[in-house]
Design a protein around this ligand. Structure first.
Ligand SMILES: C[S@@+](CC[C@H](N)C(=O)[O-])C[C@H]1O[C@@H](n2cnc3c(N)ncnc32)[C@H](O)[C@@H]1O
Length: 434
């Protein structure tokens, strides 16, 4: 399939294989692991395919690509079975499982991520949804069409009396007009008795992300509000921070409707259950297996990246319960704690899985922590595959690899936990996320 490679792909030997990258839709339970080529070059798997339908309903840093999930769901699971993702994140596993008629259970400690998973996987009556989306926009346009043009472009950051919420973060990160528009939308979600309030909250959050006082090139983790024009590295010109939110609410309303419709054409009646719990202690629904990408050690702060959503939507922030929290760093002590925490989650999962059930874990394992985790939970290591992660989101340096650990729940007994499967794939030495 691939003909031309990017500069980065030219540097990575994994792209120099003879056989083409795997076509996920063609994978079956009979496909040998040794025949998989998970190194899709940019041309094989362009961004629009990696972010198809609801996968781009809202930005989320640290997701895996739907195609890798599809490969392993097709290989190890059948329609009607149930998979668990104890680190559901933005819901990639749940969406892909549903597409294949596989039931799914998801847990995540982040309330916003759970909201996003539910909004992505819900079933919608489109006429009704369209009416609700248009109705709330009309109300916001009507209620905010006052004299904002009279305000100087970056007039102080005090907001109008009509905004009840007294949150310093919101006042700091949004221009007055933008905050008024967002808060008006938020108030109508509360008062409008909308059936699809979760999806409206996702539209609100996505708009808020774009409407923050940030530079265009630092939307993931901006350090301080940008209140004056600046030189923009992304656009190679002088840009100014936005002062309004309505245009984003309008744009993302249309995009959301389109994406949800695209997924509806593929959606099955398979169940999706998502819970806002700490996977170390919560959740006991029986499942047939696991597919997941756990958090990394000290790398991504999953609450912080959606801080604006927590503030605007008044959701409970449980960042202190994040495993491998960025704030804890990646010291030896943090790594040991991480192994214990991940092992605790997987031990619980093994208890609710049948013997022989698969656990597919996709992780960047630069520090080689997963061999130890496999031993701690006493699973049979069937295989470990390595793939390169194209630099697709954010600006990073160096190469990124992720490993696919294929583990199996033992048939009881106390056999050695050393690798019982093939070892023809090199061990990972990197980390990555999409
Ligand atoms: C790498 S992300 C998963 C991304 C997901 N595969 C996707 O494609 O969107 C890891 C997730 O683990 C969640 N997490 C961290 N600690 C947790 C805990 N103690 N219990 C449940 N979820 C947790 C984070 O909130 C984050 O969403």
């Amino acid at each position: 399939m691939a003909t031309r490679k990017t500069n980065e792909e030219n540097r990575v030997p994994l792209y120099d294989v003879e056989f083409p990258p795997t076509e996920p839709a063609l994978v079956t339970s009979e496909t040998p692991l040794s025949s998989l080529n998970l190194n899709w070059a940019e041309r094989d798997l362009p961004e629009r395919m990696r972010t198809k339908h609801v996968h781009r309903l809202h930005p989320y840093l640290g997701k895996y690509i739907p195609q890798i999930v599809e490969v392993f769901l097709r290989k190890y699971f059948t329609p009607g079975q149930t998979i668990l993702d104890p680190f559901a994140g933005s819901g990639t596993s749940l969406v892909q499982a549903n597409e294949l008629g596989i039931n799914s259970v998801g847990y995540d400690i982040s309330a916003f991520n759970v909201l996003l998973c539910r909004a992505k996987t819900a079933e919608y009556d489109f006429d009704h949804l369209k009416r609700e989306i248009e109705d709330i926009l009309k109300r916001v346009e009507r209620d905010t069409s006052t004299s904002w043009t009279d305000l100087p472009l970056f007039a102080g950051l005090a907001v109008s009396d009509s905004i009840e919420m007294d949150d310093e973060y919101l006042h700091t990160w949004f221009a007055p007009r933008a905050l008024n528009e967002l808060m008006t939308y938020r108030r109508w979600i509360d008062q409008g008795e909308y059936q699809y309030a979760d999806l409206l909250k996702v539209i609100l959050s996505r708009s808020a992300r774009s409407a923050r006082l940030t530079t265009h090139f630092d939307l993931d983790f901006p350090k301080k509000p940008q209140t004056t024009p600046y030189w923009c590295y992304k656009h190679s010109r002088t840009c100014a921070p936005t002062t309004e939110a309505l245009k984003f609410l309008q744009r993302y309303s249309a995009d959301t409707l389109k994406r949800v419709k695209e997924f509806a054409a593929l959606r099955t009646t398979a169940r999706v259950d998502v819970f806002n719990v700490d996977s170390r202690i919560g959740g006991d629904i029986p499942v047939d297996g696991v597919i997941t990408s756990p958090p990394y050690v000290g790398l991504i702060d999953y609450h912080e990246q959606h801080n604006y959503a927590y503030r605007l939507l008044g959701m409970i922030d449980q960042r202190s319960l994040e495993i491998g929290a960025a704030a804890e760093g990646s010291s030896k002590r943090a790594q040991k704690q991480y192994q214990n925490d991940i092992a605790a989650v997987f031990k619980r999962a093994l208890e609710i899985m049948p013997i022989g059930g698969r656990m597919i874990v996709i992780a960047g394992d630069r520090s080689n922590l997963y061999e130890g985790i496999a031993k701690m939970i006493d699973v049979e290591v069937e295989d470990v595959l390595t793939r390169h992660v194209n630099r697709r989101t954010g600006r990073r340096s160096g190469e990124f690899y992720e490993s696919v650990f294929i583990w199996r729940k033992r048939h009881g007994g106390s056999a050695s936990v050393e690798n019982s499967g093939s070892d023809h794939h090199s061990h990972p030495n990197g980390t990555g996320d999409e």
